[in-house]
Design a protein around this ligand. Structure first.
Ligand code: FRU
Length: 484
């Protein structure tokens, strides 16, 4: 480890120490989500199960609640519920990553853990350079940078980053988010036999390729994997225009489903589907665990979108991860379900069978507070709008005639404006809501659609109420959730 590396790490640890109290007294500190100890967290990186433990690295700026020269922070967990914070995995201390150890992924090979990430470099004139870098570890704790393994190939701008690596058959593959020289977003494939030398195979998907036309100027954080017999490509395109209820956020995160022909280096796929219908969700990453589950964690944040208005920055931290979600491929869509381990957080169960909701909003004993799981079912019988009012701050509304689910919240920018997001369904059957001190994740129809958002209700507003435009009978269950 160089002197500079040690100094940077020390400065980061000092920053954690200096602000620990201020961070911890924030009433918006989350109870069971992964957060930064101080500063800004963005993308999940290097998500993997290694020697039994889940490792989750994250883009981290310890020095301010803004973007900058990122470190890789490091958490691990035995159960996807309790997370332990570790030493910094990567610090931006080398010529090839001096302006940030940007996003990337992990793979196990011959009992070692390999990380692949983007070294972000900017010169005095702010021109960007990009290097794909490898680091290796025996124990999953200490990482040694091995240097640059991929230089920028011809045909792309320096917006070329976020390597995701996996093994298929005898070969290793790596996919990168890119901007082609004609300023269109692409996902670019590389191949290797030894993780060291990489062959550039070219773009396998992108704007103006396959069924995607105008599809953004940059694709970030691609992730290609098999799910229930099909090949899914998740990516985060930038530059899509809003269209009706779609593409409402500044940037999108979603997927296409198809078939990857590794021999011909061809990926045939369908149209883009957003992974999340809420306000804050970006740059998700997946891994397969020892149980064979494909698990996704996303960033419960959105870059550049009024980030300086989040109230947590007064307490010197910003953003969190989503809860871990298991993916399933069903009828041409990806369903996301909270991993079953999260049931471990449940205490104080209550259930209301066949309750009548009416125009008068009503609360239920046991269903209030800041950290809760709420489950509503038998919603297929509902014929008039129903509404769940959350802590005087957000609402989930279902309009059965239009088959629309809406999440609204009060804007964190002015504390007044009501903002809305929607999803369209064939039919609503159930809703599972994960509430935390300052977040909400709504899983619609066993995860057919998901809404993720940060919410900042007043602390004294702990109530949750339910109403319908007429008389509707539903089943409601709820649990208080423990802090991890
Ligand atoms: C996505 C992203 C990545 C980049 C990282 C930098 O949010 O912009 O493309 O590697 O964040 O922190």
């Amino acid at each position: 480890m160089s002197n500079l590396d040690q100094q940077l790490r020390q400065r980061a640890y000092d920053e954690v120490k200096k602000h620990r109290r201020e961070v911890e007294v924030d009433p918006y500190r989350l109870a069971y989500h992964v957060m930064p100890p101080v500063g800004l967290l963005n993308d999940p990186n290097g998500f993997i199960q290694f020697n039994g433990a889940y490792h989750l690295f994250y883009q981290w700026n310890p020095f301010k609640t803004d973007h900058g020269a990122k470190f890789w922070g490091h958490y691990s967990s035995r159960d996807l519920v309790h997370w332990e914070h570790h030493e910094i995995a990567l610090a931006p201390s080398d010529w090839f990553d001096k302006n940030g150890c940007y996003s990337g992924s992990a793979i196990e090979h011959e009992n070692k853990l390999y990380l692949f990430y983007t070294g972000n470099v900017k010169d005095e004139a702010n021109n960007r350079e990009t290097y794909q870098v490898m680091a290796v570890s025996d124990d999953g704790q200490q990482f040694e940078k091995k240097g640059v393994v991929i230089n920028l190939p011809e045909g792309y701008t320096p917006h070329f980053r976020d390597p995701k690596v996996w093994k298929h058959g005898e070969h290793f593959y790596l996919i990168i988010g890119a901007q082609a020289e004609d300023l269109t977003g692409k996902a670019v494939l590389f191949c290797s036999d030894n993780l060291q030398e990489w062959e550039h195979l070219g773009p396998i998907a992108g704007a103006h390729m396959g069924p995607l036309n105008d599809f953004g100027y940059m694709w970030e954080c691609p992730d290609l994997f098999e799910l229930d017999g099909q090949d899914v490509l998740i990516f985060s395109p930038q530059g899509l225009e809003p269209s009706g209820i779609y593409y409402q956020n500044l940037y999108q995160a979603g997927y296409v489903i198809g078939k990857m022909d590794y021999e011909k280096v061809q990926y045939e796929h369908g149209l883009f589907i957003e992974l999340d219908r809420g306000f804050e969700f970006y740059a998700p990453q997946t891994t397969v665990d020892e149980k064979g589950r494909r698990i996704l964690i996303g960033w419960l944040g959105m870059p550049e979108e009024r980030e300086d208005a989040h109230p947590t920055i007064e307490h010197k931290w910003i953003h969190s991860m989503t809860i871990p979600r298991q993916l399933k491929g069903i009828n041409g869509k990806i369903y996301q379900q909270p991993v079953t381990e999260l049931q471990e957080l449940r205490t104080n169960h209550c259930a209301y069978e066949n309750v009548e909701l009416t125009t008068k909003a009503q609360g239920f004993e046991g269903i209030e507070g800041e950290a809760l799981e709420i489950y509503l079912e038998t919603l297929e019988t509902v014929t008039q709008p129903i509404k769940i009012h959350i802590r005087n701050h957000a609402n989930i509304v279902y309009h059965p005639t239009d088959k629309l689910v809406k999440l609204d919240r009060i804007s964190y920018v002015d504390g007044k404006t009501v903002e809305e997001r929607f999803c369209h369904l064939q039919q609503l059957t159930n809703l599972r809501i994960y509430l935390d001190t300052s977040s909400i994740e709504v899983f619609v129809n066993d995860g057919e659609e998901v809404f993720s958002a940060r919410i900042y209700p007043k602390q004294e507003d702990q109530g949750i109420s339910f109403a319908a435009d007429g008389s509707e009978r539903v089943k409601i269950e709820a649990w208080t959730l423990k802090s991890r």
